[in-house]
Design a protein around this ligand. Structure first.
Ligand SMILES: [Fe+2]
Length: 440
């Protein structure tokens, strides 16, 4: 079997798995599919047809030069044409029609894949090389899979809570790890499916710092809340404080305080005690930042996060993942919706980075202290609306993926971004602090 055949077989298998996931999450009553569960999110039936429309745009039209199959629906599924809150008012395809449409696109996408030749896959056309356009569609579909899970969690409806087994946590061990001063290479290397915003790779020199070995847990975050952290403006940036007061936020989203003490949470419609050993999720950037100040620390910059995650100082090279370049296995990280929750702190010793940081990939997206801005020498590809239009001082960078992220849609250099008020995403954080001269 040639390398090209192997790559094409792998892409075909991944496309099938990704589609299976989208169909599973939308295998619910039509009424739930077409309803908007929150103004923050699209109706699920929009996401479903949108993944097929995106695949049509990038594989069938941009790569293969095909004519539009249904030009009249393009604008309905253009994320820039209609903000999420308007989408339920659009004449969207119904659930059955959406499934038929995306299946039709997929059939033609597999034909295009079949016709890809060595010269395409190993040539210089950036849409073809390494199967980039297929990787774009695949990662996009998985990103919407995660979005669909956030929508289902917001709906508060029971169902789709998965109880797959996760490894046990490991209490104890060092709270933080030291990352010595020195340069590292930030950004994507040769990965053909990396996004434009991960490029170009460039050297960044950092002073020594400490970073938490593990994400901040629910138990630690509850201590902040119980210590009056939500009531003390000292810990909050002014905008965050105004947001907290206006919204009446007193705990992570989905948490409630029982009258007799003790925290409970709603998880996919199920009420349960908050597990203290689990990484906290559903906190905004403002809450993460306030916790860090309360704890006498700060959020890591995204450069600090990436170095602690992927840099191998002995080899002098960046790894795809903390543990190396091997694709994520079940002992490395909690990815791909094995269970509808993060794994307890310390569950993945085999996933540790060269510096000893754990659970950087999977479990919860981690807020960083950085704005989403371009790397020096950035060039938009294949379109400005993927990253470039979001650059600036509106969005904060998140790193590392969550339990709901598929392994294909995350790596040490992967950058995600969102508004600092967002809490419906599966996001938590870890803290950092500069090392003193003696420590360094
Ligand atoms: Fe999208």
């Amino acid at each position: 079997m040639t390398a090209a055949t192997r790559l094409k077989d792998r892409i075909a298998a991944e496309l099938e798995e990704g589609r299976g996931r989208s169909l599973t999450y939308t295998d619910i009553d039509d009424d739930l599919l077409v309803r908007q569960h929150s103004p923050l999110m699209s109706p699920l039936v929009w996401d479903l047809a949108h993944v097929g429309n995106y695949e049509e745009l990038w594989v069938l039209r941009a790569l293969a030069g095909a004519e539009p199959t249904r030009p009249e629906i393009d604008t309905l599924y253009d994320a820039f044409a209609h903000p999420r809150k308007e989408r339920p008012l659009l004449p969207l395809l119904g659930p059955a029609e959406a499934r038929t449409y995306i299946a039709g696109v997929r059939g033609r996408v597999l034909d295009v894949l079949d016709l890809m030749e060595d010269g395409d896959l190993y040539g210089h056309d950036p849409l073809r090389a390494g199967g980039f356009a297929f990787g774009l569609a695949l990662q996009h579909e998985h990103q919407h899979g995660e979005t669909m899970l956030a929508t289902l969690q917001l709906s508060g409806r029971p169902g789709l809570v998965r109880d797959g087994a996760l490894p046990a946590g490991r209490p104890g061990g060092p709270a933080e790890v030291l990352v010595p001063a020195g340069p590292f290479r930030m950004g994507a290397g040769s990965d053909p499916w990396a996004y434009d915003n991960e490029r170009p790779a460039h050297e960044v020199d950092l002073p020594a710092y400490w970073i938490d070995r593990l994400p901040v847990t629910c138990g630690a975050f509850a201590a902040f809340a119980e210590d009056g952290g939500y009531d003390d403006p000292r810990w909050w940036v002014p905008r965050g404080w105004r947001w907290r007061v206006r919204q009446g936020v007193t705990a992570p989203l989905y948490w409630t305080r029982e009258p007799g003490g003790g925290w409970w949470r709603s998880r996919f419609g199920r009420m349960e005690p908050v597990p203290p050993e689990e990484p906290v999720q559903h906190v905004s950037w403002y809450e993460a930042d306030a916790y860090a100040r309360w704890a006498g620390r700060r959020l890591p910059t995204e450069a600090e996060w990436e170095k602690a995650c992927g840099w191998d100082p002995r080899a002098g090279r960046a790894r795809a993942y903390p543990w190396g370049d091997a694709v994520p296995g079940p002992g490395h990280a909690n990815l791909g919706h094995r269970a509808s929750r993060p794994a307890p702190a310390g569950a993945f010793p085999a996933g540790a980075s060269r510096y000893g940081a754990e659970q950087m990939i999977g479990d919860v997206w981690e807020w960083t202290g950085s704005w989403f801005v371009p790397y020096p020498g950035f060039r938009a590809f294949p379109y400005r609306e993927y990253s470039e239009v979001f650059f600036g001082r509106d969005h904060r960078v998140l790193r590392g993926g969550s339990w709901a992220t598929h392994a294909l849609a995350v790596r040490a250099c992967f950058r995600n971004w969102d508004l600092p008020i967002r809490r419906q995403i599966f996001a938590g954080f870890r803290c950092a602090r500069p090392a003193s001269p003696e420590e360094a």
